[in-house]
Design a protein around this ligand. Sequence first.
Ligand code: NAD
Ligand code: KPL
Length: 305
Amino acid sequence: MSTTWHILGAGSLGTLWATRLARAGVPVTLIVRDQARLQAYEAQGALTLVEHGEARSYPIPAQTPDSAEPIRRLLVACKAYDAESAVAQLAPRLAPDAELILLQNGLGSQDAVAARVPHARCLYASSTEGAFRDGDWRVVFAGHGYTWLGDASHPVPPIWLDDLTAAGIPHEWSTDILTRLWRKLALNCAINPLTVLHQCRNGGLEAHHCEVATLCGELSELLQRCGQPAAAEDLQQEVERVIHATAANYSSMYQDVDSRRRTEISYLLGYACKAARRHSLHLRHLEQLESRLIAHLQSLGLPSD
Ligand code: NAD
Ligand code: KPL
């Protein structure tokens, strides 16, 4: 009998992973926030994935964090700002050989989670797949992509990558997952806040070439100083390529702000600015960008952390 995947957070990515694993016959159990959410889920009876315009439902079992069932494999699919407290609640249920897969964007939440569960193996993921919720317990698979997985302290890939292959989840084992996460963070710092402040799609930043170039210069300096020279290589060219390739899209941060959701600022731009201060690096434009973004979020009455 293969190991059950416990999925913490039945949101966009959690549902995308849970439904694909379940339809491949892999045992999956959802962990929802509390008894009220469990009752709401049980009334619905299934998670629905909409793919290529077709909706399919999967009656995946669910439980609350206070269930007694031991956990050996945990996919953490909460937002970065919820991950640490959500995992802390489950710490007493983790088996001695437990493995956690952390899907959070940005940096900072992974270390916070790992510190809460020092005996578990924590694997990091960086994903370019895209999904969004269009109803309770219902998710649309919006952008096919790739997920890189790695373990910063252990290069050997886990056996359960076979489950991902069986489930048709495109993935690759990465021996430099931190470099990938830093690179994605830099891309997100150069693009997402500006789309919020200029109120534009990604392509709208083509009109702000100098501002983007200046930020890329400072971000490259930061990556070098943080021991991530590979993540700094040709950063500006890649940022420009992504802006062009995703010109018609709204960035994830733009969408969060537009829907009045909390952003992951502290794990993206906030993390970058904090790292710069730690290295006594004065990055004027990046700091100004953070101040402008915080002021903007506050003016809208949204959390700025
Ligand atoms: P989401 O908001 O859709 O889902 C998060 C879920 O976690 C919610 O259902 C929430 O209720 C649940 N949750 C929070 N705290 C919980 C707790 N204590 N117990 C149980 N459930 C809890 O978020 P998402 O879009 O799936 O994003 C998750 C992470 O993946 C983020 O860091 C995001 O940046 C990253 N990511 C998302 C996408 C995407 O397309 N959605 C793509 C790449 C990366
Ligand atoms: O990842 C992104 C996001 O919107 O979060 C891109 C498309 C790369 C823009 O930064």
